[in-house]
Design a protein around this ligand. Sequence first.
Ligand SMILES: Nc1nc2c(ncn2[C@@H]2O[C@H](COP(=O)(O)OP(=O)(O)OP(=O)(O)O)[C@@H](O)[C@H]2O)c(=O)[nH]1
Ligand SMILES: [Mg+2]
Ligand SMILES: [Zn+2]
Length: 341
Amino acid sequence: MNAHQWHTALVVSHDHQLYELRLANGATRHARVAGAFVYRAVDQSDFPVVGDTVLCEWDESISGEAQIHQVQPRYGVIARLRPGDATVQQVIAANVDVALLVLGLDGGRSFTEGLLARLLTTVRAGEVPAVVVLNKCDCATAEQVARTVKRAAYTAPGAPVHVVSAHTGAGLPDLRAAWKPGQTACLMGASGVGKSSLLNAFLSNSVERVGDLRTDGRGRHTTTRRRLHEMECGRRIIDIPGLRELQLWSDESAVDDTFPDIAEYADQCRFRDCRHAGEPGCAVQQALFEGFIDPGRFDRFLELRRETEWLETRQNDRARAARDAQWKAISKEQKRMKKNR
Ligand SMILES: Nc1nc2c(ncn2[C@@H]2O[C@H](COP(=O)(O)OP(=O)(O)OP(=O)(O)O)[C@@H](O)[C@H]2O)c(=O)[nH]1
Ligand SMILES: [Mg+2]
Ligand SMILES: [Zn+2]
């Protein structure tokens, strides 16, 4: 076999720079990005992530480790603002066909409209279809379940809502039908809602078992790394650690998609750029006043809107700084050329 043959492979997981790939024949192989790749990369979001298809090669006679040369074009990208950084995007997973937004039915803060709206806006920004998964239905009464389903449907208009239990298996066959063989689902949600338990329930008929569980000291198993798993019949599922911070990487239109009811009123505001903060002729304020918009929902809308505006301003600042630096370099070069003439 030719030692320098190119291969396409799927990124299954990675730990900093060390990647784990699955090859077309099902074998796994460790890999790093090639030197030229690092040189070409503009920023962190160019590097491979879980779910990516990459082109790679290796030389068996030197080491079995593959070099990744290229990331194939992505669709279905789930991204957030890199924690602790003002303007950098962190891609969480790529080529995702459906996002399973997992929340808990066990009371307390396992279900909040705020978190659901945030998860939804995040996945809509990457044009990933969302399914709401209310897990731990074994912990709730029928009445509690009905109430939460209603709140979920109200917060995520248009998204299917599934009531399930990873422990009893209730609702799982229906949920499995949310994505087709050959497609990839990505579990998202807070820590402890049962993402890995759902994964294990899905993998129970398959050869693979989840080994990536670590006890977090409070007696809980916590996922520490994103990982793509192969289910039976060619379905794929990505498990990720609970997102402690989910700052949006999104734009205003994704927020409007999450709040179509509010966006509809906003279209009727007198000013195109109305911020719905007391401007004259504001249809949103009017609808609030008349009770057509729920004040809590309006607060969540404003919060996400503010966050995207802030991000856009930061990005513009960054672009301007880059442009200024470019002009400075050009004029410096011109001065140098003049002097040398
Ligand atoms: N009663 C009940 N408990 C569940 C269910 N699903 C998960 N749990 C429990 O919830 C706890 C957290 O489950 P995990 O699957 O580790 O949660 P996770 O979302 O993967 O958490 P992170 O990996 O930290 O993000 C465990 O103690 C599970 O046994 C369920 O359907 N019913
Ligand atoms: Mg987990
Ligand atoms: Zn307005």
